[in-house]
Ligand binder design. Structure first.
Ligand code: NAP
Ligand code: ZN
Length: 347
């Protein structure tokens, strides 16, 4: 076993604190990555505080992992020692079900092995995430990371990047379409950059008036302050596609009213509580309400390569690991510009 240093939540109420644990030794097909940076996703907060239920403690969060490979198993084909590498939201899956075979491992019928707050495919060995100094993962679940981009700003692509890239590609968002992005946080700001780079006309729908200049700088063409009811009501019947990234409970019907005929709103934000959807928010214009979860390994690599060729990274604020609780507090207040990333050298 390998001795690992990290930060863990002991339970849903206590703050994160230093934690030592062990990982498996490097197996034939495994690589060991020395973690350099790890992004802070709002899903970390939901799970640390057990807002979705079923959390497993102690919990070492973190699924936006980048680092350098220090060891490779004897059967590893695609990585060598010294390579940059990334790990996203899962570290294994059954590999045989239709979803896995289609490259959609995130929808594995046996349940993917999440990077943390989950179990390996044996369903009994807990997984621990990226708020730690190293991780051991089967190479099939590891991504290649370009040397061309600033590494700390690449980390958030492993979750915020792929979670927004995948639905934008699946619903073929591009030139000639009007797209609304609800919530300008970690996911939202990546959605703006990606949708704009695909050629769409992008409107940010934000509850924070102070983010307008940033929205435009990130590539949005328009900005609507959703707290201003008059401005929001002018958005009725405007959009071909809406991506909702909001982490807190909010009224979906309000945004469904902004869709045109035959258009789609996709939820990627995962608020803790169920929200009522009125039948007449969907029926009159044959609208679709859908969801989407991260992306498969192949598509994540495609997204990383696309971002490397198009110079797309996250706008980040680098933090020390001991400031993690403060960062969580700021994210809950919507005060993140636009992703906190932990410098693992501060562990
Ligand atoms: P984040 O950085 O904290 O951003 C969330 C944004 O939502 C905030 O910046 C804010 O934007 C808006 N918001 C927050 N509270 C609000 C409220 N009460 N009313 C209206 N808007 C509010 O979070 P994130 O990391 O981007 O994650 C967003 C959500 O996506 C989380 O629920 C997370 O768990 C989920 N997620 C899902 C997947 C997936 O696979 N589907 C993957 C990763 C994350 P404004 O200030 O602009 O309003
Ligand atoms: Zn995430």
């Amino acid at each position: 076993m390998i001795a690992v240093k990290g930060y863990a939540a002991p339970n849903a109420k206590a703050p994160l604190a230093p934690f030592t644990f062990s990982r498996r030794t490097v197996g034939k097909k495994d690589v060991r990555i020395e973690i350099l940076y790890c992004g802070v996703c709002h899903s970390d907060i939901h799970q640390v505080r057990d807002e979705w239920g079923g959390s497993i403690y102690p919990m070492v969060p973190g699924h936006e992992i980048v680092g350098r490979i220090s060891h490779v198993g004897e059967a590893v084909k695609n990585f060598t020692v010294g390579d940059l590498a990334g790990v996203g939201c899962f570290v294994d899956s059954c590999r045989t079900c239709p979803s896995c075979r289609a490259g959609n491992e995130q929808y594995c019928e046996q349940g993917m092995a999440g990077t943390y707050n989950s179990y390996e495919m044996d369903k009994k060995t807990p997984t621990y995430g990226g708020y730690s100094n190293c991780i051991v993962v089967d190479e099939s679940y590891v991504l290649h990371v370009s040397e061309r981009l600033p590494l700390q700003a690449v980390a958030p692509l492993l979750c915020a990047g792929i979670t927004t890239y995948s639905p934008l590609r699946h619903w073929k968002v591009g030139a000639g379409q009007k797209v609304g992005i609800v919530g300008l946080g970690g996911l939202g700001h990546m959605a703006v950059k990606l949708a704009a780079s695909f050629g769409a006309e992008v409107t940010v729908l934000s509850s924070s008036a102070s983010k307008e200049a940033d929205a435009k700088r990130l590539g949005a063409h328009h900005f609507v302050n959703t707290s201003d009811e008059k401005a929001a009501s002018r958005m009725r019947n405007q959009f071909d596609f809406i991506l909702d990234t909001v982490s807190a409970n909010h009224d979906l019907n309000h945004y469904l009213g902004m869709l045109k005929v035959d258009s789609t709103m996709v939820l990627v934000g995962a608020p803790p509580d169920a929200v009522p959807v009125e039948a007449f928010s969907l029926i009159p214009k044959r609208k679709t309400l859908a969801g989407s979860m991260i992306g498969g390994i192949r598509e994540t690599q495609e997204m990383l390569d696309y971002c490397a060729s198009n110079n797309i990274v996250s706008d980040i604020e680098l933090i020390r690991i001991k400031d993690i609780e403060q960062a969580y507090g700021r994210m809950i207040r919507g005060d993140v510009r636009y992703r906190f990333v932990i410098d693992m050298a501060t562990l």
